[in-house]
Design a protein around this ligand. Structure first.
Ligand SMILES: NC(=O)C1=CN([C@@H]2O[C@H](COP(=O)(O)OP(=O)(O)OC[C@H]3O[C@@H](n4cnc5c(N)ncnc54)[C@H](OP(=O)(O)O)[C@@H]3O)[C@@H](O)[C@H]2O)[C@@H](O)CC1
Ligand SMILES: Nc1ncnc2c1ncn2[C@@H]1O[C@H](COP(=O)(O)OP(=O)(O)O)[C@@H](O)[C@H]1O
Ligand SMILES: [K+]
Length: 504
């Protein structure tokens, strides 16, 4: 799914109005209906809603939602500021709601005397994509007041105070939503840590904006949705043999860090590679042969790796548990100098490369590197925030012609062409040592199975998150282990096959 800026969304809005054609107030009606449908389906235990409406079209949505919820039998109160001029469509919906005797309309300042029942749901329709500056004055006080309430909070389109495309000043006040019902597109700010925390759980509601506009309008930012995944995933061919699914090698492990390479190797195996090797120090021989008997062991040193040579046709994922021993570092850098095929580089492989900025140029083109934020900083330097980090990653991907998998809650895959793919699967159950090692294994496995670098990176990140969702359902986010995540790969493949199989 494409991610558009607030300006592109507004253009899409206008294009739809002109070309569908549909009147703007009717489009507002459609948006409100989508919200009301979601609320009616999901708010089974709540009958009271208090809707806060601004003066622009976001407020217009709020008035329409209030009217429709009232018509469905919910108890509704509305707060707004009647002293400021409404937008044309907000004015029309304000007029409708004034005619409903069962809804009381109050001024914002009256909120201080309002009795919030603990079961009342607060709906924020103050500002959406039209926000042009930080909240201040009365509306800032109002949002601060509402943020202190323990009630369930739902934002319409965007939490008020949040910009769609970028981070606002750190002292800006933003409505803290539990749920955000947003129209048609993901907004970039939902996907970054500093801003996404205000949105709570995001639901994207389809309001049928123009498909032509969406198709024709260029953007560099995407969310990895089912359509993306369906276009990548290939069903296993029954007329195949192990050679069809390639050779994969995980190179890593050192004394005390053999678990990382065990997990990574197991992830390669369970993600479907044809032949799997593990290059690890001798001290890991028994551990690996016992834990992952399907993989072949290649001795790369005694207590740490000194030799990176592996069969030429194997796809190599390097780094899990590798350590940064001087001799390992030296031989890794020599290996990189002699290597021209794309590699997957993670963890200590990245920490070794980060020791000297000149090493970055040794990374073979089209390689996939998988830094978490700290590793990214070691490689490329500090940034002010995660939006800037993504911009820096775009520059570096272009400059070095590599794929950067920037690991985060919403991991981003950044391509050498400067495109950014945001992942929306996964959960905080992955915030545990070992999760990244598994991801390296999945990417290595998919690349060995002849997915392109672009496809392998996107599919693997989505797959990793999906497996984590299955694991958390069974074990909880707290208790799930990276090895539980690997056990769910089969369920993810079943889901993938169901998505793309031609079923009778
Ligand atoms: N896109 C779609 O497909 C559809 C969009 N729809 C809806 O339209 C919404 C966008 O509506 P919108 O453009 O009217 O902007 P909105 O967010 O209501 O705010 C503008 C008003 O707020 C004011 N204002 C701004 N910042 C302020 C501040 N800090 N403090 C105080 N005031 C501030 C600003 O004043 P100004 O900046 O001009 O002074 C103006 O009066 C969108 O989010 C969605 O909900 C649906 O109805 C249909 C389909
Ligand atoms: N809160 C979270 N939500 C979603 N994914 C997460 C979260 N925390 C961690 N992850 C994922 O888990 C993995 C952690 O990788 P990393 O930090 O390298 O772990 P390790 O090196 O210990 O294996 C990454 O893929 C990251 O995206
Ligand atoms: K809002």
């Amino acid at each position: 799914m494409k991610i558009f800026t607030a300006e592109q969304i507004s253009n899409c809005d206008q294009y739809t109005i002109k070309n569908e054609p549909v009147s703007s107030v009717h489009l507002m009606e459609r948006a409100a209906e989508a919200c009301v449908e979601w609320i009616s389906e999901n708010c089974n235990h709540h009958r009271n809603f208090v809707v806060f409406c601004g003066n622009g079209n976001n407020g217009g949505d709020g008035f329409a939602i209030a009217r429709m919820l009232y018509q469905k039998g919910f108890d509704i109160d509305v707060f707004t500021n009647t002293k400021i001029k409404f937008s044309t469509d907000a004015q029309e919906n304000f007029r409708h709601i004034k005619e409903i005797s069962g809804i009381t309309i109050r001024e914002f300042k009256e909120v201080l005397n309002y009795r919030f029942d603990s079961r009342t749901v607060i709906v924020d329709a103050l500002f959406g994509t039209g926000l042009s500056r930080s909240l201040n004055g009365d509306v800032k006080d109002l949002v601060e007041f509402l943020n202190q309430k323990k009630n369930i909070k739902i934002s319409i389109d965007l939490p008020s105070g949040l910009l769609a495309d970028t981070v606002s000043d750190s002292d800006s006040v933003v409505f803290m939503a539990d749920y955000t019902l947003s129209f048609q597109f993901w907004k970039k700010s939902f996907l970054h840590a500093e801003t996404g925390k205000f949105a709570g759980k995001v639901e994207i509601l389809d309001i049928n904006l123009s498909e032509d506009f969406i198709e024709e309008t260029e953007t560099g930012d995407f969310v990895i949705d089912d359509e993306v995944i369906k276009s990548i995933f290939k069903i296993r061919n029954e007329f195949s043999h192990k050679g069809t699914y390639g050779k994969a090698a995980i190179i890593g492990g050192s004394y005390g860090k053999m678990g990382a390479v065990v997990l990574s190797t197991r992830a390669v195996l369970k993600a479907g590679a044809g032949l799997t090797f593990t290059v690890a120090p001798k001290c890991g021989y028994e551990i690996l042969q016992t834990s992952d008997p399907e993989a072949m062991f290649i001795e790369g040193g005694k207590d740490y790796i000194e030799n990176f040579d592996v069969e030429e046709t194997a796809v190599c994922g390097i780094g899990p548990g590798l350590g940064t021993h001087e001799k390992t570092a030296k031989s890794l850098l020599n290996f990189l100098k002699s290597c021209s095929k794309p590699l997957i580089l993670d963890a200590d492989a990245l920490n070794i490369i980060a020791q000297d900025p000149a090493n970055l140029n040794l990374i073979p083109v089209k390689s996939i590197i998988t830094p978490h934020p700290k590793e990214f900083e070691r490689l490329f330097g500090k940034t002010e925030n995660s939006f800037e980090r993504t911009e820096l990653a775009k520059n570096k991907s272009r400059e070095l012609h590599i794929y950067i998998v920037l690991k985060d809650h919403h991991t981003q895959i950044i391509t050498p062409e400067g495109k950014v793919f945001y992942n929306i699967t996964g959960n905080s159950g992955l915030a545990k040592g070992g999760s990244g090692d598994i991801l390296t294994g999945i990417i290595t496995s998919f690349l060995a199975q002849k997915y392109s670098e672009h496809e392998a990176a996107i599919l693997a990140v989505w797959f990793h998150g999906k497996a984590a969702e299955f694991a958390s359902e069974k074990h909880s986010k707290e208790s799930m282990l990276p090895s539980d995540v690997i056990k769910e790969f089969g369920n993810v493949f079943s889901e993938l096959n169901d998505k793309v199989q031609k079923l009778l």
